[in-house]
Design a protein around this ligand. Structure first.
Ligand code: AMP
Ligand code: MG
Length: 334
């Protein structure tokens, strides 16, 4: 099986970094967290504040990873999954919030976004070697992937997966959520501006030291890493890109990627990439995955209908559609 994988999935590039060199109160650092390289940048009144803010941001992401990662057997989500079909598990406010927000995105995307797809995600193993499961095997998993079988109890702050074999996977929303919380602690520790980038899930607050907005490039889904489709400017916003080029394997000339359509349980086929801009990272990240599943027409209609949400969709043929509110601040690459 031919296999190509872009492990880092760095689909957005921080073009602003070059312009920030040499400014005294800007600190940037990167670290491996949540299975990807995390870049954190803080602007502070002095260097100590900026350093402290960067550290606080990275610490916050590590804390969330320990709650949400299904690669960590002791994480809260791993405990929830291990108790599937048995009992409710009480979780932290943060884990509870990711699950609540996931239900919100599931509703908005008419079920395109579904964190209960864990068993199918595992069956495809796109993050590992990658394999095409039989339709029979996939259909057998269907009863374990009903989102309505995930029961959230707000008073007890507990989660109960009612069916044995269920498995929650927040890979499609957790990085955006982590970017929001990291940005919040950075602001609390005194940063006046900053960027938190977990792979293609980015949250910004404030402006660069020279008062310019932060500028990002959107990766072209069919060109080499670093070759961009266009640039956008952000201020107090988040941006996320979901793409069929980020994690995939090839078999018999067909690209099998990591975003699954809950209807077919196969990779969603309507788009090459979806970029969503929203106030919150949790929305941008959840929606990029859900809109990708909905496909270019219904997906763009949803983006247009939601307040404070903009987007860029590259459809299966490579046609680029930019939402009406973004046109004035999206500069396509010639
Ligand atoms: P993203 O890069 O934000 O699109 O997230 C992709 C990840 O979300 C995958 O690697 C899976 O872990 C998970 N995922 C795949 N399909 C779906 C889906 N339809 N709904 C929610 N999460 C999904
Ligand atoms: Mg996503």
């Amino acid at each position: 099986m031919g296999r190509m994988q872009n492990i880092l999935g760095l689909c957005l590039f921080m073009l602003f970094l070059a312009g920030c060199q040499g400014t005294p109160h800007l600190v940037k650092r990167s670290q491996m967290l949540m299975g990807t390289v995390v870049f954190v940048t803080a602007v502070g009144a002095d260097e100590m504040i900026a350093q402290g803010a960067v550290q606080a941001g990275l610490d916050e992401i590590r804390r969330l990873e320990e709650l949400l990662s299904t690669w960590i057997p002791t994480s809260e989500l791993s405990q929830v999954n291990a108790a599937a079909g048995r009992e409710p598990i009480q979780v932290s406010p943060e884990t509870f919030e990711v699950l609540t927000r996931s239900l919100e995105v599931a509703k908005l995307t008419h079920g395109g976004f579904n964190i209960a797809l864990g068993p199918a995600v595992n069956a495809w193993n796109v993050s590992g070697e990658g394999q095409v499961p039989s339709q029979e095997d996939l259909e057998a998993l269907r009863p374990q992937m009903e989102l309505s079988d995930m029961q959230l109890d707000e008073n007890a702050r507990s989660v109960w997966l009612r069916r044995p074999g269920m498995s929650i996977d927040v890979g499609g929303i957790g990085k955006g959520y982590a970017a929001d919380l990291a940005a919040r602690v950075m602001q609390r520790s005194g940063a006046i501006a900053g960027v938190v980038a977990l792979s293609g899930d980015i949250k910004t607050f404030g402006r660069m030291p020279d008062s310019q907005r932060f500028v990002f490039g959107i990766q072209h889904p069919r060109k080499r890493q670093g070759e961009i489709l266009g640039r956008i400017e952000l201020e107090d916003e988040a941006v996320s890109t979901a793409g069929d080029y980020q994690r995939y394997f090839m078999q018999d000339g067909v690209r099998f990627h990591h975003i699954l359509d809950p209807k077919t349980l196969h990779p969603a086929r309507g788009c090459q990439s979806v970029t969503v801009i929203a106030k919150e990272g949790v929305m941008a990240d959840g929606l990029d995955t859900g809109v990708f599943v909905m496909g270019p027409d219904k997906g763009m209609a949803l983006i247009e209908a939601l307040p404070d949400v903009e987007g860029v969709i590259v459809d299966q043929e490579g046609a680029v559609v930019v939402s009406s509110g973004l046109k004035s601040r999206f500069s396509p690459e010639p």
